[in-house]
Design a protein around this ligand. Sequence first.
Ligand code: SF4
Length: 301
Amino acid sequence: MRAKKTRIKALVLFSGGLDSILAVKLLQEQDIDVTGISFVSYFFNADLAEKAAKNLNIKLKIVDFSDEHLTLVKNPHYGYGKAINPCIDCHLMMIKKTKERLEKFDFVATGEVLGERPMSQNKQALELIEKQSGLKGYLLRPLSAKLLESTIVEKQGLVNRDKLLDISGRSRKMQMVLAEKWGIKEYPTPAGGCCLTDLQFAHRFKEMLKYWPDCGGNDVLLLKLGRHFWERENLIIVGRNEQENKEIKKLSQKGDLLIEPKEFPGPSILIRSKTKILNQSLIRAKELMIKYAHKQRSIIK
Ligand code: SF4
């Protein structure tokens, strides 16, 4: 890491959530030049980060690590949270990738708050991520810094520890006060954009992993659409509205069977198999078409 001659530069892991916005603000208060870094995968995008970065007037680097992240989600070293969220591994991967881009920066910062998330933001997990990422002493958590061991950047005076905070726990009271103080009005709920924390999504994903352990990105994107039915290892997806019908069609690929009603309003139905499409799946699809076409007709009436 280079010695700083002009403005100190920080690379901040930036989701666009309130904590990461506040981490940026705290550093900006010390006239530190902040750039955000945000990640894109099959399970979350950078839309919120882009919007928030614009509001804060900071540069934002976006890194797409979809395939690598999917491999990790299937087999995390540190396990899952309540749903299918491997937060420790996921965070560690993001921080490692951030470190790879650190050349022009003095340190990395995150919006993590000690004790806010029981699995990934307890003291042990924070220390583990710092150590395993190879950023020992150069990973700053401005919102909880005063409760954590002083980092090298604080000791060297690149960051004024006195101006950092000592927030901990799940209550977001202090964050709200700061948001009010800085006039931050728009911010999403915690873990807002990540579908791995959604229990319903987790259920679908676990079911998919049972039948298709090698599932890829396109398969995972289908998890967000329609009603799902399994006939052994055949997946049948029924669109719930016109938008979903379009998206299902867009994701359909060679080997899939896409059924679209032509002369009556009804759902698009996709059947996907990793081996062969079963007769039983065709029968089920027909039943589902009758059931949901009928429902769509009653909505139209
Ligand atoms: S909530 Fe989602 S994006 Fe955030 S660390 Fe957990 S798995 Fe990763």
